[in-house]
Design a binder for this molecule. Structure first.
Ligand code: XMP
Length: 519
């Protein structure tokens, strides 16, 4: 959908630094809309009057590799204030007549910089003459352009902060966007408010009003369908559309039989009863179980579930007449192509199940109202939309559900055992105040039976695996360290209360080398 937010913004040109998304986030945290664009696309990008400032990110390239194809330096002639960070700082110097060289010593980590001159960029940044900043570079600016002057320097980077004399260009060799740089956010705040003079325009309330208005305009008198899973993203999309277009929205919720305990009851209660959304509840438990009978290959399971889900979704959406749009909870990180700079492609590890395959077949137009938002912004928007905290701060749950937490074949009996184990685990995390310290937690049932002894009897039952991880975004993860008392309590609770499990193990692998889910 062509929902380009027509707001004043700071444009960030991405040269592939691992920190680029952080720049976008810092600016948004300051209450200003910021947008990311790859340096490769800048040539075709229309610089509109609502761009009040530009930031050139860091990146793995060398400035001497930059040619017209990789960077359109016309951007420097627009009269818009520009802040260059690390590699961006080197670009500004090079294209204004300065020199960039390979450093004798690569500078990675903390460095002290010393203040030399005043500049609006550093207002209230230095409380003493020295500041600790985070450096990560192999090249450095060796000669400043004639029109520039130095504001601060470090031992290895004479030109750690610079500005052009007409105060349109600013460069910092270090990374103000990372938390290791003391007070780094001040540099960004000074750039956007004092230099670009942009006004605050980005709060959950602003987003809500703006998105509701835009969805209303886009949909007109047509109808929209939405696959509701009960997870954060689809829930926020559904409620946003509910506020915008009310009964023109139809949500389809498919109970695959592979959901967490009582999940289908909660979804119907929240969306149909409390929020009065048009909700079509499809109980497809038997269909999924039939199709999955005797299947143990993880990829096959995923494919079967994904395909059946699409089939059911199509079947039910056909019953609604005149549907023109499909709403999806695509988020901003899904759209950002910052990894393309080095050309590397991550190999396929698991085929994730979502409804992305739907529109081509169904010839529906997409509505993706969250496509400019990060996850934490989606959560804040959800609160603004009056959604339950339980839904908003829930741990992620994969589309294929419990099927991929049950290596081997799937049976109704195993699903029932697993639902109970997961319920006890998650409930205990909540009771002990641990749930929100953990990014994701779940129980899995391993296809192994082991011997145990309960009372005077021998048991021969399944092995339950617990996994709890901390993470920023699910790309990397570490296992959470429980106290022995908690581990003991949860192991007893599961074994004593659930027939079918007589042993509990805890997964202590990080990601990588493991993944978060088992399959
Ligand atoms: P992995 O196992 O790849 O999981 O480390 C990373 C995150 O993605 C979730 N996940 C999925 N989410 N459909 C989804 O919507 C899927 O097929 C899927 N597979 C994994 C997983 O729960 C974790 O949060």
């Amino acid at each position: 959908m062509s929902l380009d937010l027509n707001l004043d913004k700071i444009l960030i040109i991405d040269f592939g630094s691992q920190f680029t998304q952080l720049i976008v986030r810092r600016i948004r945290e300051l209450g200003v809309f910021s947008q990311l664009i790859s340096h490769k696309k800048i040539k075709n990008f229309q610089i509109k009057s609502n761009i009040k400032g530009i930031i050139l990110s860091g990146g793995p390239l060398n400035v001497y590799q930059l040619n017209n194809k990789l960077f359109d330096n016309q951007i420097l002639n627009l009269g818009i204030p520009i802040l260059g960070i690390c590699f961006g700082h080197q670009i500004l110097s090079k294209f204004n007549g300065g020199k960039v060289r390979q450093s004798k010593y690569r500078e990675f980590g903390l460095a002290n910089i010393h203040k030399k001159n005043n500049s609006p960029l550093i207002k209230n940044f230095f409380n003493k003459k020295i500041k600790k900043v985070w450096m990560s570079h192999a090249d450095h600016v060796s000669k400043l352009p004639k029109t520039f002057r130095v504001i601060a320097g470090s031992e290895n980077s004479k030109f750690a902060i610079v500005e052009s004399k007409n105060q349109k260009f600013f460069g910092v060799q270090f990374h103000p966007e990372v938390t290791h740089t003391e007070n780094g956010k001040k540099i960004i705040s000074n750039f956007i408010f004092l230099i670009c003079k942009i006004k605050r325009n980005w709060s959950p309330k602003d987003q809500k009003m703006k998105l509701i208005k835009e969805v209303k305009e886009q949909v007109g008198t047509n109808k929209v369908i939405c696959a509701l899973s009960g997870g954060v993203d689809s829930s926020v999309v559904a409620q946003l559309l509910n506020k915008a277009i009310g009964k023109k929205l139809y949500c389809i919720f498919v109970n695959t039989g592979l959901l967490r305990k009582n999940e289908e009851i909660q979804v119907v209660k929240t969306f149909k009863k409390r929020l009065k959304i048009n909700l079509i509840y499809v109980n497809a438990e038997k269909k999924f179980l039939n199709k999955l009978k005797n299947v143990s290959d993880p990829e096959k399971k995923r494919k079967i579930i994904g395909n059946l889900f699409i089939k059911i979704f199509e079947q039910y959406s056909k019953k609604i007449r005149n549907v023109k749009f499909l709403a999806q909870g695509t988020l901003y990180p899904d759209l950002i192509e910052s990894r393309s700079v080095t050309g590397s492609q991550t190999s396929k590890i698991k085929s994730h199940h979502n409804v992305g395959g739907l529109p081509k077949r169904m010839k529906l137009k997409l509505i993706e109202p969250l496509k400019y938002l990060f996850k934490d912004e989606v959560r804040k928007l959800g609160l603004e939309l009056n959604l339950n905290k339980d839904i908003i701060f829930r741990h992620p749950f994969p589309g294929p559900g419990l099927a991929i937490r049950m290596p081997g074949i799937i049976t109704k009996e195993k699903i029932n055992i697993l639902k109970q184990a997961d319920y006890y685990f998650i409930q205990s995390l909540k009771d002990y105040g641990l749930y929100h310290k953990i990014w994701q937690a779940y129980a899995a049932l391993l296809p192994v039976k082991t011997v145990g002894v309960m009372g005077d009897n021998r048991t021969y039952e399944y092995l339950c695996l617990l996994r709890a991880i901390t993470s920023e975004d699910g790309m990397t993860a570490d296992f959470y360290e429980f106290k022995k008392s908690f581990s003991q309590m949860i192991s007893n609770k599961i074994v004593n209360n659930i027939r079918g499990i007589n042993r509990v193990v805890y997964d202590i692998t990080s990601k990588p080398p493991s993944t978060i889910e088992l399959e």
